[in-house]
Design a binder for this molecule. Structure first.
Ligand code: PHE
Length: 330
């Protein structure tokens, strides 16, 4: 006990030696615990107390000394330049961000660039300019978060508003993507959220046809999902005519990315169509001269399909166990 109390050192190595001497497998304390068995019953209590006291003061001593040696460990590191560096604990990118960038990169290759807009929009950019009449059901208070009435200000319900802003300021040819947050006044469940991400695309030029739209989307899905097929179903959007909904079927023979789980059957991934001439007129683009297509998709939905994520709420919970699974994705 006295030896323990007198021991002192600031060197990490010495403290470690000391620890092994007392607490190691063949250390003094283990030895004493062995001997404990042979001690006659009447002395067991006293002997036991002695061992425990010793153990306690050894542990206390080590803890105390360790605090003081930390500085000298640090200076060892600084002096020895050949020592491997300390690993930094890096974060990971969010899956929404990862997939968003995958999509942007695919469209970059065919000349699209990214346009930014506002999350708080006025009525005209979010609805009116997009050919949504005053009584269109999407204007219902149920779907839209209103920030102000008369004049109406809303949280944008889609990023189509970015396309309106861009078309007002730029001449065709136009090839843009508008990724970003959108808001809808919906109940939160595993399938839907009041805030999610969209990525929309717009292409305006002379002689743009529906065939161009289909070919572009076919190229896009095969880049994102690997070998895949698309099918288009007639649909309705106020700002496109004709409009279609696109389903994708993938996991056919080869996959470009083994981490992506195969899809099962036809899965709906986006809405699209030829830009309505009324929309072009609203932004002073001559519909006799120019035509174009637009498409829009929800990023969450695509991430959920690609990585088999069952609940949309996981994207905003920031559970580190979920996020860390994307550490090696770029
Ligand atoms: N803006 C539509 C939506 O929010 C998506 C879309 C974009 C559809 C462009 C067709 C063309 O659902």
């Amino acid at each position: 006990l006295e030896e323990v109390e007198l021991f002192t050192s600031q060197k990490a190595e010495d403290v470690e030696q000391f620890r092994i001497k007392y607490l190691g497998k063949k250390g003094i304390l283990n030895d004493l615990f062995q001997k404990f068995k042979e001690v006659p019953n009447e002395n067991k209590k006293e002997f036991g107390q002695l061992i425990n006291n010793l153990k306690q003061s050894v542990t206390q001593k080590i803890n105390f000394l360790k605090e003081n040696v930390s500085d000298s460990i640090q200076s060892d590191i600084e002096e020895d330049l050949t020592r491997p560096g300390l690993a930094l604990n890096l974060g990971s990118r969010h899956p929404i961000n990862i997939v968003k960038h995958k999509i942007i990169n695919i469209f970059k290759k065919i000349g699209f660039s990214v346009a930014d807009g506002l999350e708080i929009e006025d009525d005209w950019h979010n609805f009116t300019a997009l050919n949504m009449s005053e009584y269109h059901p999407a204007r219902d208070m149920q779907d839209t978060f209103f920030i102000e009435k008369n004049p109406d200000m809303v949280l944008r319900t889609h990023t189509s508003s970015v396309q309106i802003r861009y078309m007002k300021q730029n001449e065709p040819p136009i090839r843009i993507l508008s990724p970003g947050r959108v808001y809808r006044n919906e109940d939160i469940s595993s399938r839907s959220h009041c805030m999610f991400h969209q990525i929309e695309g717009l292409y305006i030029d002379t002689d743009v046809s529906f065939a161009d739209l289909k070919q572009t989307l076919q190229y896009f899905t095969s880049e994102l999902f690997g070998k895949s097929e698309i099918r288009m179903r007639p649909s309705y959007f106020p700002f496109t005519e004709p409009s279609a909904e696109v389903d994708v079927y993938w996991g056919l023979e080869t996959e470009t990315d083994y981490r992506i789980t195969k899809g099962t059957g036809w899965l709906e991934i986006l809405g699209c169509g030829m830009v309505d001439p009324n929309v072009l007129k609203n932004v002073n683009i001559n519909p006799e001269k120019y035509s174009g297509f637009a498409f829009g998709m929800g990023i969450e939905r695509i991430v959920m399909l690609m990585y088999q994520i069952g609940d949309i709420r996981m994207f905003t919970e920031n559970d580190i166990r979920m996020l860390q699974q994307f550490k090696y994705e770029f």
